[in-house]
Structure formats: C-alpha cells, structure tokens
Design a protein around this ligand. Structure first.
Ligand code: NOJ
Length: 530
C-alpha cells in the first residue's frame, strides 16, 4: 500500500464508558476494553480511538477534563492504560487518544486557582474572564458566559463546567506540549483533537454576527501555527517501528470546504475528519458531491480525511437513514425528539449499503462502536436518566446525544447483554429488545451487519485495489453511485426505486443485501470483481 499506516487505516472508535464493564459498576472501563481485543482483531481494525478516560466530574461525559495526565478511577489506572496499549500492540492494533484542548473542567486545578484569584490575576488570564459578556451562545444551549461571585464572567463555549482556555497565554500551549509527550511517551499512535478549529478566539471578542462569513471563535490563524508545532512533536517519535508515524486527527465540523482547506497541509495535523458523508441525506447526487469535494480537498496535500458514518455525537446511522431524508436537511432534530417515523428495517438496509460504499472509497475510515452491530438510536431513555448537558441546558428542548451512547450489547437476551459480567444498572439504560443485536447474535447469523463488516474488512485487507487503488466514477443512472478502483474492482450502490443490472462481466465479491439474476435491488451496494 505504501504511505503511513493512517492513510488507509480502519480506526474503531471505543467509547470507554459504554464498551465493556470489567468490574460491574455499570460503566465501562479500560480493562473492559482490554478484555475485548480478540473481538476487535477478528473484526479487522488497525487502530482504536478512545474517547476521554481522564479524571473528570463527567458533566460532559469526560470532555470536561480535570487532569490531562491521568486516568479517572472509574475507568481504571495508568497501569491499566499501559496494559491496554501493550495488549493492543501485540495484536498490531494502534491506540489513538482524545485530547481536549479548547476547554477543561471547572475542577481542573488551574480553574479552581482562577476562581480563587482576583480579576486581572495571572491565574485568570489562563482562561477568558471579562467584566461584561458578549452575545456568544454555548453549543449546548444558553449563554456562553457564566458570572462568578465577584462579578466577572468566564467564557465556556460548551457547558458552564467547561471553561475555555486562553490559548494566547503561554502556559496553555506549554501544558499541552507536556500532555502530548506524556501520552506519546506511553506508546500512543496519535491523538484526536477535540474541536480543533476553536482554540483561539478573535482577541477583541466581538459579538457574533449570524450573517457574517467569519465566526470569531473559529479558524484563527494562530491555530494553524499551533498544529505545525504539534506536528513537529508527532514527527519527533520514531516512524520506522510500531506504531509507526504518529498521527493527529482534527475534529472540524464544516459545511463550506474553504474553511477546512487551510488545515490540510504537509506540516499541520496529518488528518481531519470528514463528517460530510455522515451528515448528507441518502441520495446519489448528494453523496457523490461530498465524495468529490473530499477528494479534491485532500488531493496533493499529503493529508487524509477519514470517512465517518457515525460517532458519539450524531444519531445512529440505522435510525438516521430510516427517516424521511428531507428531515436530515432541517435543523430541528425531529428524530431524537421522537417526531419522525423511523423505519429501522429500511435504515438498516441503507446502513449496510452505506458501509460498503464508505469502505470501498479511497482513504481511512472511522467506525463507531455498535454501528457494526446495527444498533439504532435509543429513543426511550426516561428524562430522569438522561446525562447529556444539552438536554439540561435547553430544558429538554434538545434531547441530546445519550441515545447513541448506550452500553454495547455483547451477549444474552436481557440487559446488560454481557456489557458487565453480572446484572447491573448501566449508566444509561439499554433497550429491552436488543437481544438480536448483540455481538454473539451477530456472529452466529451469516447475514448480520457484523458479518458484513467482517467480510468487508477482510476483503479490504486482501484486495489490491482497496488500498491506494485509483478511483474512477462509472457513469450510470441518476440514482446510482458506481466507481472502479484499480486493479479490477468496482462498487455499485442503487439509491433508486427499481433494481438495476450489474456491469456485464463482473462477479459479486460482497453485497449488502440479496442480489439475484445480476440485479441490484434498491438501497443495496455491491462490491464486484472485474
Ligand atoms: C466534541 C465532542 O465530540 C463532544 O462529545 C463534546 O461534547 C464536545 N466536543 C465538547 O468537548
């Protein structure tokens, strides 16, 4: 294949709190992850990305970090982390961790010190304190400023428990350099950078003008400079032995590709997530447009934009693709609010096709735990069991992300479905009807989503076209996406209402649904040998 490992890697996103619970507390932990490595290596992934496991009051499920160089006792110890990295290494699986540099927890010692110090003190300058707030709103709802007892306000673009750092204070970049080295020295293969375009704010903190092209807390030029320095740190680790060249993957949500282009450089972070496939409605035209956009964006930059169909922030793919796709274009989240009819069977059929489409595209992909099982968004969480700060900050108007973070079903017919070794109250409740979605059920059903993923990842490893093979569109009907990869491979997806015929002379390598008489049914994808 050539090139660094991350260019074509399959990265599996482990949400530690919901992956596997080794000590029956109802929350997953690092030992739980270690206990499931044979599952991950049989699935065929190259790396895992772990969501935050640092000490945290868990007001935003760990994205409120109180100590960047330690492990929250609920997830285990640093020794458990080292054991996990080494157990992964012996299976050839790399470990990527999550770095949360935009904000910390209000329990972080620096913020406690800032609150205990007077206005104008150095301790306050590490954060963004002002005498008067501007009009910025929190991503989770409500104002982005909270007043302290002495009258000053501090900025938090997320929950009030997540104060934003002042990246223009030298202590902040210096601390994160230490944090990066701390984990890289422990053998991690890279970092996922949370809210990577937000760190620096326009120093004048102007009001947000909804109609202006520029958002004063995105894409400040200093952030690109910062990632150049991080790239030098990543590149200072030896590339010629496992885990190979270290990576940094930026989390950047963009709709306008021009906004992300400056991040794609040879001396910046090597990777930027591409969420556009995940956010697009299920139509051939719209998916083709985002695929073309991504190919043009990353071309000749040396960077990669991993494809994503799901993560811990977005509605589960089988539910998303099972609603009226017009609703995806609208800002209100009708699905999570229970206002959309969800056809899970339809969504599952499309999610299977989407998986084959994504895995046939050039480049890396990131798989969110549970998507390989086909678990839907859980819409039945009682209000009293909700955890996401979005729910509380909007007085329930926004339901939030809990429904895509449900503990993994591993086996058995009833909760906790093998998530823990004994009956426990899991931190988020699991649905009563997931018995057919467990790992054990998936493994024993040749037609399961899990076996489709396993077969696709096996073929991806074996087929010479599915590494760096050149991709070319095949022009077929308006409701199809079809392309070849060199040598000798094609992928065809049918988005229309009628079956379509397969290219002549091709042979089916893998299909997302039944293919009879060389006819590809609607909402089905096929991998072909040519
Ligand atoms: C993005 C993360 O993916 C999300 O889960 C988190 O709430 C925000 N960043 C804030 O850290």
């Amino acid at each position: 294949m050539g090139g660094p490992w991350w260019r074509d890697a399959i990265v599996y996103q482990v949400y530690p709190r919901s992956f596997a619970d080794s000590d029956a507390t109802g929350e997953g932990d690092l030992r739980g992850v270690s206990s499931k490595l044979s599952y991950l290596s049989d699935l065929g992934v190259n790396a895992i990305w772990l969501n935050p496991f640092y000490p945290s009051p868990m007001r935003d499920s760990g994205y409120d970090v109180a100590d960047y160089c330690s492990v929250d006792p609920r997830f285990g110890t640093l020794t458990d982390f080292d054991d996990l990295v080494s157990a992964c290494g012996s299976r050839g699986i790399r470990v990527v961790i999550d770095i949360v540099p935009n904000h910390c927890s209000c329990q972080h010692p620096w913020f406690r010190e800032a609150l205990a110090s007077p206005p104008g003190s150095t301790a306050r300058e590490r954060f963004i304190f002002r005498d008067t707030p501007n009009n910025w709103q929190s991503t989770f709802g409500g104002p982005a400023w909270t007043q302290t007892p002495d009258g000053q306000w501090y900025l938090h673009l997320f929950d009030a428990s997540q104060p934003d750092f002042n990246w223009r204070h030298p202590d902040v970049p210096a601390m994160f350099e230490r944090v990066l080295r701390f984990w890289l020295d422990r053998g991690v293969a890279g970092v996922r950078v949370d809210m990577a375009n937000m760190l620096f704010k326009d120093p004048t903190l102007p009001d947000l003008d909804e109609h202006a092209a520029e958002v004063p807390y995105y894409d400040q030029p200093e952030v690109l400079q910062l990632y150049r320095s991080w790239r030098r740190i990543l590149d200072s680790y030896p590339a010629d032995s496992f885990p190979g060249p270290r990576t940094g993957v930026a989390e950047i949500w963009f709709t306008d590709p021009r906004k992300v282009r400056p991040y794609l450089t040879r001396d910046g972070l090597p990777q930027v997530f591409n969420f556009r496939l995940m956010l697009a409605p299920w139509t051939a035209g719209e998916l083709r447009a985002v695929i073309d956009e991504a190919r043009a964006l990353a071309a000749d930059t040396g960077c990669s934009m991993p494809w994503v169909l799901g993560n811990h922030d977005i509605t589960r793919v089988v539910s998303r693709l099972g609603i009226d796709q017009e609703l995806i274009r609208q800002p209100t989240d009708a699905l999570r609010r229970g206002e959309a009819h969800v056809d899970v069977a339809l969504g599952t059929r499309r999610a299977r096709a989407a998986a084959l489409l994504m895995l046939a595209l050039p480049g890396a992909a990131c798989l969110y735990q549970g998507d390989e099982l086909g678990v839907p968004e859980y819409l039945g969480i009682p209000a009293a069991r909700r955890e996401d700060p979005t729910f509380y900050r909007t007085a329930g108007a926004a339901i939030g992300r809990d429904g895509c973070r449900i503990p993994m079903p591993w086996s058995g017919d009833t909760p906790p479905y093998g998530f823990a070794g004994e009956p426990v109250r899991t931190w988020l409740p699991q649905p009563a009807d997931w018995a057919r979605l467990t790992v054990a059920a998936g493994l024993s059903d040749p037609d399961s989503m899990l076996n489709l993923y396993r077969a696709a990842l096996r073929l991806r490893r074996e087929h010479p076209a599915l590494g760096a093979g050149e991709m070319t569109w095949l022009e077929r009907g308006a409701h199809e996406l079809a392309f070849t990869r060199q040598p000798g491979f094609a992928c065809v997806v049918n988005f229309g209402d009628e079956p379509v015929s397969l290219p002549s002379g091709s042979r089916v390598l893998l299909a997302s649904g039944p293919v009879d008489d060389a006819l590809l049914p609607c909402d089905t994808a096929v991998w072909l040998g040519l």
